[in-house]
Design a protein around this ligand. Structure first.
Ligand SMILES: [Zn+2]
Ligand SMILES: [Zn+2]
Length: 171
């Protein structure tokens, strides 16, 4: 049991609803809170700092597929507001840094983005970092289509956060 294993099957909407009923329950069973506190020996952590942790997605959809999560438990991109723009940018920066460290040279062929509720299996904000984006496995491609109902890229999320000034982002 670790990280995003629950995301592989496509039955996450029901779980999302169940979990969101009780914030406490979600927090108690949050896999990513466990990972950021070094409590999951199976997690392959690639980089961390005081604010963020980056680790391998357990169900990779591309040759490089990493997740960047804040240590703070934030539920999803829908709970973010304008004050989180800096955080989102730093998450993306760390993701790109890890890609470079892992040998990715073509930074134009990468995909960075977030799943939108209810298509989030782990209710702890996490940035998907994929490369090369042209090699995302066909069977999983639908999960990472920019502008779809499931997925929003970093640049679109930032634009949304800028637009929804002082309001909760309603994507
Ligand atoms: Zn968490
Ligand atoms: Zn996800």
């Amino acid at each position: 049991m670790s990280s995003e294993s629950a995301q592989c099957p496509d039955n996450t909407a029901d779980m999302a609803e169940k979990d969101s009923r009780s914030r406490k329950e979600t927090r108690r069973y949050c896999n990513f809170c466990l990972i950021v506190s070094d409590g999951d020996p199976e997690a392959e952590i690639l980089k961390k700092n005081d604010e963020l942790v980056c680790f391998k997605d357990i169900c990779p959809a591309a040759p490089h597929h990493y997740l960047v999560v804040p240590r703070e438990h934030l539920e999803s991109c829908n709970t973010l507001h304008k004050g989180h723009i800096g955080l989102v940018k730093r998450m993306a920066e760390l993701g790109r840094e890890v890609l470079r460290e892992q040998g990715v040279t073509d930074m134009t062929d990468v995909r960075l983005g977030f799943h939108k509720p209810p298509y989030t299996s782990v209710h702890h904000l996490h940035l998907h970092v994929l490369a090369p984006s042209s090699q995302i496995h066909k069977s999983m491609l639908y999960k990472f289509i920019p502008g779809s109902v499931r997925f929003i890229t970093v640049s679109y999320l930032i634009k949304n956060l800028e637009d929804y000034r002082n309001h909760t982002c309603t994507l």
